[in-house]
Write a protein that binds this ligand. Structure first.
Ligand code: ATP
Length: 221
């Protein structure tokens, strides 16, 4: 199977790290930015880099962007340019369109005009840092939807040596332990008899409000 081809528009901090990582992973990446200087920098680490204003429909068409599997729009500050670019790419028939949003309203517009996925990198990282601050046990925090999230937490002291039945997380917090990580091993179907050991990491899914309660209780010990 041919490797997927990616285009990333906007070589700010977010766009350039997406492009660079894809390139490091061995994928072909076309980097696009209106700034010649950004394109010169990007050409050091991506397959192709072109200086183009992405609100110019003809220019985007001539780049053949509809033949790319995924296009990432990473223009932040100029919301109008981000929306126009998304509209043009949608009309060109790009198979998968991922767009960075600056705020909730921008995100809503992007969803309405057909972005396949809208990402909020600053907001998401802010959430993660906040959860890590509440409890250093929280290693990872992922919002699944408006109501549901997943947290990855270091097993707190009071859970060690007890099994999942004794901890009764489902009844106490209405959350489910999806998996238990032990070093590099991952048990993705933990049973009620599974005893938590020191340095285990618990992966828990639940309603965001229930998870917050669990995090607070776990933060205490
Ligand atoms: P980050 O936080 O990721 O650094 P940002 O959200 O602040 O970025 P900007 O710096 O506004 O976003 O934009 C990212 C890049 O997008 C910039 O390098 C800018 O030159 C480029 N850009 C802005 N408008 C266009 C456009 N119309 N066509 C192509 N590139 C554009």
């Amino acid at each position: 199977m041919a490797k997927k081809q990616y285009a990333v528009i906007g070589m700010g901090r977010f766009g350039s790290s997406v492009a660079q990582e894809l390139s490091d992973l061995g994928f072909e990446v076309l980097a696009i930015d209106v700034s010649e200087q950004k394109i010169q920098e990007a050409s050091n680490w991506v397959t192709h880099a072109v200086a183009v204003d992405s609100t110019d429909e003809e220019a985007l068409r001539s780049l053949g962007l509809r033949n790319f599997d995924v296009v990432v729009v990473a223009i932040g500050e100029d919301i109008q340019a981000s929306i126009l670019t998304t509209l043009i790419l949608k009309e060109l028939g790009v198979p998968e369109l991922i767009v960075k949003a600056q705020n909730e309203l921008h995100g809503k517009v992007l969803n309405k005009i057909g972005a396949d996925k809208v990402v909020f990198p600053e907001r998401d990282m802010g959430l993660r840092v906040a959860h890590h601050l509440i409890s250093p046990n929280i290693l990872e925090y992922i919002e699944l939807s408006n109501d549901y999230s997943i947290v990855e937490m270091k097993a707190p002291d009071f859970t060690i040596g007890r099994n999942l039945m004794q901890l009764d997380i489902r009844a106490r917090f209405k959350c489910n332990v999806l998996a238990i990580k032990k070093g590099t091993e991952m048990n993705i179907a933990p049973s009620a008899e599974n005893v938590i050991q020191e340095d285990d990491v618990l992966v828990i899914v639940g309603k965001t409000e229930d998870l917050s309660e669990l995090e607070l209780v776990y933060a205490e010990g």
